[in-house]
Write a protein that binds this ligand. Structure first.
Ligand SMILES: Cc1cc2nc3c(=O)[nH]c(=O)nc-3n(C[C@H](O)[C@H](O)[C@H](O)COP(=O)(O)OP(=O)(O)OC[C@H]3O[C@@H](n4cnc5c(N)ncnc54)[C@H](O)[C@@H]3O)c2cc1C
Length: 601
């Protein structure tokens, strides 16, 4: 095998979190040599498709406490409050910093930064760049990263595993997709910024590359996956494709209507409807601007009542923005119009948009502390692949883009510090490990003949099993059936066969590697869900419909074993906001109390 490549820090992922980490590490210690490994060109990372915006307190009528409280109650109290406090405090600084790097935030007529309302947020605090926020953010980050010449980019390199030696993470093994060559890329610190894994479900807003590779790599290296049972369904995806219609459409005043012509959310304790066109905002947390978990659950109830439309791609309701008028639609949500025209064949200026809930985001991920450290020394994680946790049982829309910035920067700085103080890598041992990985891939995948299972078949069966047993509503038996199915699929995976035995851009090989990660995280997710016998946020068990703080105000931690995953639990950090009821639709002050004594168990 070719000689190992060596750097001080290896950052896996070129999305928002990866680029922010790169810049932070480069700024912290310009003498460090940084590698950034990405399976796609950085600008093709999923961050580019984020539309609605990024949350951060900026207006005088808003406070950090309110942002923290909205996030914590939205999370159904499963967020770590110390992490949330750090997050809301750093958020405005990061968003202003991004402006200085060239992100063109939309403006008010007086020139100040414009903010829009978002689901579950009591005040307007979502910064946006029309409805192409992720594109502009990623652009600003990418061009800023180019200033740092000590960064070596490995674009279109696919990381397959972490290298761990002497109890420390010391690099990754990656395939250069153009040549098919496998190389060890060594570093004294590694940061995982590999994004989420929504593709384990069949109907998702997530790009095809979101297969949870980083979660899989960390999990197999012994790092637990935290709160993986919490999967966010976004209430407004286009039927058929799953393409997202951003929450900004509702933030700007769009309404949801069932097949009886009713604004059905009025029946779900989400506040009272205001007249269409009413532009006042005391209703920010009500109705269509309720949190995503509640809106997606309401859809399921409407479906049960027969109040939804039937279409060629399943059931749906209407998202109506017609009353906003063409000018506002074109200035505030032009991309919504473009997507609806191109992918639903309707013009939202004249017709309502068909929408249904769609898998969007994973609240859980690689378990980290607020310094972005994992339990494996030298390994850090940030962005959607990580679970700090600020999102708990349900993320509020527009917190994720800000999370990438805040924790991407923290990960970058801390990894740089670690790399500086931990010289020396066990190069020979790491190269031997990489050899073993090369042989595994050659033997089990590229050069293997005679297997009888197909990648696509296993992937489809996995996705359908996840949807049927681990979707918006779950039970012991549905989850057990999914867990059994995933275990069966894992066994069958050992017998897959590839038709493409070539080296250059072998997409069948990368699909096989991705599928392996998907199977692992699906198993961890299902077992975490099986053992959480309560309903909280996005995890709704019809056999355990109540939230049970006494037993489950705890983070689940899934550990990889040779058999089924082992699940244990960790306390939730409660600093100032004792667990309460989630109330939407009426003004309510955040109840900050002196630090509460809470055992978390
Ligand atoms: C359609 C859509 C709209 C959204 N809108 C919003 C919004 O308006 N506001 C908001 O706050 N959030 C939004 N989100 C969520 C948010 O955009 C994501 O959570 C966030 O962008 C993830 O960023 P990331 O840097 O963690 O990962 P990503 O941007 O997904 O980047 C992952 C990176 O990891 C690399 N990678 C993965 N696996 C490997 C591997 N095996 N080897 C090498 N490299 C690898 C990829 O190449 C990529 O560069 C949206 C999400 C979607 C899907």
């Amino acid at each position: 095998m070719a000689e190992a490549l060596q750097h001080d820090i290896v950052i896996v992922g070129g999305g928002g979190a990866g680029l922010r980490a790169v810049i932070a590490a480069a700024e912290a210690y310009p003498g460090l040599d940084i590698a950034m490994v990405s399976k796609v060109y950085p600008m093709r990372s999923h961050t580019v498709s984020a539309e609605g915006g990024a949350a951060g307190v900026i207006k005088p009528n808003d406070t950090l406490d309110e942002h923290a409280f909205d996030t914590i109650s939205g999370a159904d109290w499963l967020a770590d409050q110390d992490a949330v406090e750090l997050f809301v405090r750093e958020a405005p600084r990061e968003l202003v910093q991004l402006e200085h790097w060239g992100c063109p935030w939309s403006r008010e007529p007086d020139g100040s930064v414009a903010v829009r309302p978002f689901g579950g947020m009591k005040n307007e605090r979502t910064w946006f760049a029309a409805d192409k926020t992720g594109f502009h953010m990623l652009h600003a980050l990418f061009q800023t990263s180019l200033q740092h010449t000590q960064v070596k980019r490995y674009d279109e390199w696919f990381a397959t595993r972490l290298l761990v030696e002497d109890g420390r993470c010391q690099g990754v093994v990656a395939i250069e997709l153009r040549t098919g060559q496998l190389r060890a890329i060594l570093g004294k610190a590694v940061i995982m910024c590999t994004g989420g894994g929504g593709r384990i479900f069949p109907f998702t807003t997530n790009a095809a590359i979101k297969t949870g590779d980083g979660l899989g790599m960390a999990y197999l290296a012994g790092v637990p996956l935290k709160d993986l049972e919490f999967v966010q369904y976004h209430p407004t995806g286009l039927p058929g494709t799953g393409i997202l219609i951003t929450e900004a459409a509702r933030g700007e005043g769009g309404i949801l209507v069932n097949n009886k012509g009713q604004r059905y959310l009025a029946d779900y304790n989400l506040g009272t409807p205001l007249d269409v066109g009413d532009q006042r905002h005391p209703q920010l947390r009500s109705m269509e601007l309720g949190p995503r978990d509640r809106l997606s659950q309401a859809f399921m109830h409407e479906q049960e009542k027969g109040n939804v439309f039937e279409g060629p791609y399943g059931t749906y309701v209407h998202l109506d923005v017609r009353h906003l008028g063409e000018n506002k639609i074109d200035s505030k949500i032009p991309f919504v119009r473009e997507l609806a025209k191109n992918y639903a064949g309707i013009d939202p200026v004249h017709q309502p948009i068909p929408v249904r809930p769609v898998v969007h985001y994973m609240m859980g991920g690689i378990s980290t502390n607020i310094s972005a450290e994992t339990v494996l020394p030298g390994l850090y994680a940030a962005g959607e692949c990580a679970c700090v946790s600020i999102n708990g049982a349900n993320r509020l829309g527009s917190n994720s883009l800000t999370e990438l910035l805040v924790f991407g920067a923290i990960a970058g700085r801390n990894a740089a510090e670690w790399a500086r103080s931990h010289p020396g890598l066990n190069r020979a041992a790491l190269e031997r490990q990489a050899d073993v990985e090369q042989q595994r891939i050659a033997h089990d995948l590229i050069n293997k003949h005679g297997g009888t299972e197909r990648i696509a078949t296993i992937r489809t069966e996995l996705q359908l099993a996840m949807e049927s047993g681990a979707g918006i509503y779950r039970t012991q038996s549905s989850l057990q059936a999914t867990a059994d199915k995933v275990a069966e699929l894992k066994q069958r995976y050992a017998n897959i066969t590839l038709d493409d035995h070539s080296l250059s851009f072998n997409t069948e090989l990368t699909s096989a590697l991705e599928l392996e990660f998907m199977l692992h995280i699906a198993e961890a997710l299902t077992h975490s869900a099986l053992q959480r016998k309560e309903s909280r946020g996005s995890h709704q068990r019809t056999d355990f419909p109540q939230r049970d703080d006494q037993h489950y105000l705890r983070h689940s931690l899934a550990h990889h074993t040779d058999a089924a995953p082992r699940i244990d639990y960790a306390d939730v950090a409660i600093t100032s906001w004792p667990p309460g009821e989630r109330v939407y639709g009426r003004a309510e002050e955040p109840a900050r109390t002196p630090p509460a004594a809470h055992s978390g168990s």
